[in-house]
Design a protein around this ligand. Structure first.
Ligand SMILES: [Zn+2]
Length: 372
């Protein structure tokens, strides 16, 4: 099944020459969107066409907006009204003066030498895009088509968030699978025995935790601000780690022409022991993010991802199939009570995930009835 893949490139703009114009555009477009939202809210309009006929002329007159900017303001307003109504909330959506401004192909275009032309309240202006090598490669990659963009004001700077899309490549049908176990001691271990260590992650987390606790004790406004900055930095670090790991796993699967198998964590609370629930919950967002990154990169590369039932993957012996809680000596150590096979518990998990993915669902009692 081919799905459509999308991605967003965040590009810093050198807007120094057009600061006033962009600011005015942002303020006007948001004021217009707020006004449109108010009209649609009061008159219970959620249909795009009805909204267009009702507000288009008035938007252009009241706010002096160019046709395409008026249309995009209406699109933004109607979407917000719809989403608020869908959530059954009772307040009409309004937009801050610094809210993002939507651009589509008719009101922005890339021009030579890394410039972008944007429609504003004062006609078109051209800004230089400050592209790093990676962003440049993404923007010029012929496999991806650039669609719309958002003009965003963040940290006192203008950014352009460009959305790109492409067709997902066909997924390679392959019988071979790499099992991947996600853990804490090791962030990820695959069934080939490759370990993506969590050592660095733990150190950095501990460092941030100490700093955060110190700031909490201080409790002043500036300490709170600093704590917020820290949490942003920690999140970016975690995201970098997850990008690296997912990239390495997908690259490996691509070159070996194998699928990837992960534990299926839907409904995990019903199925696993407290200890493992705890293990996942503590770092759930990081796990969720890593899994999302793996899936996303695999989709892009045409690598299949299978999800397997995680039951027994941590307590079954990959050598003889003996399944017993006692096999799992600790969070890190596995020792088979039947055949004496011993290995790192995460590696055992990865091997079992691989086995389950390749064969049938693992049945309790291959050997003895499983205590779980
Ligand atoms: Zn065994």
């Amino acid at each position: 099944m081919n799905t459509n893949l999308t991605r967003t490139i965040c590009i810093k703009l050198d807007a120094s020459a057009h600061d006033a114009v962009l600011t005015a555009t942002m303020q006007t477009c948001n004021a217009a969107a707020s006004w449109i939202a108010r009209v649609c809210w009061d008159e219970a309009i959620t249909n795009t066409n009805t909204a267009h006929h009702r507000v288009y002329g008035a938007t252009r007159e009241r706010f002096g907006l160019a046709a395409q900017l008026a249309i995009n303001a209406r699109a933004k307003a109607v979407e917000a009204v719809k989403s608020v109504k869908a959530k059954k909330r009772e307040t009409c959506p309004q937009f801050g003066a610094r809210g993002s401004v939507r651009y589509d192909a008719r009101c922005f275009s890339f021009t030579p030498l890394d410039h972008v032309s944007l429609l504003t309240v004062a006609g078109r202006v051209t800004c230089r895009m400050l592209l790093g090598p990676r962003q440049h490669a993404m923007l010029t990659d012929p496999a991806w088509a650039s669609g719309g963009a958002d003009l965003v004001w963040r940290h006192h700077r203008y950014y352009l968030h460009v959305t790109q899309s492409r067709q997902a490549p066909d997924v390679t049908a392959t019988p071979d699978v790499i099992g991947v176990d996600l853990g804490i001691v090791n962030v990820a271990v695959d069934s080939d025995g490759q370990v993506f260590t969590g050592e660095q992650v733990r150190k950095v987390r501990a460092h941030y935790k100490t700093q955060r606790e110190g700031l909490q004790k201080v409790g002043t406004k500036s300490a709170k601000r600093k704590a917020k900055r820290l949490s942003g930095r920690e999140a970016r670090f975690q995201s970098d780690v997850n990008h690296c790991i997912s990239k390495a796993l997908v690259a490996k699967a691509t070159s070996a022409r194998k699928a990837l198998a992960l534990e299926d964590l839907t409904g995990i609370r019903d199925r696993i022991t407290v200890r493992r629930v705890h293990r996942y919950e503590r770092h759930s967002w990081a796990f969720y993010q890593l899994r999302t990154y793996i899936q996303y990169k695999a989709d892009n590369a045409g690598v299949r991802v299978t999800l397997v039932n995680p039951a027994y993957t941590s307590v079954t012996c990959p050598e003889c199939g003996h399944c017993a809680k006692a096999n799992r000596r600790s969070q890190a150590e596995f020792l088979c009570q039947a055949c004496g096979y011993t290995a790192n518990a995460d590696f055992v998990g990865a091997r079992n995930i691989q086995t389950v993915a390749v064969n049938q669902p693992m049945v309790a009692g291959a050997g003895t009835p499983c205590p779980q």
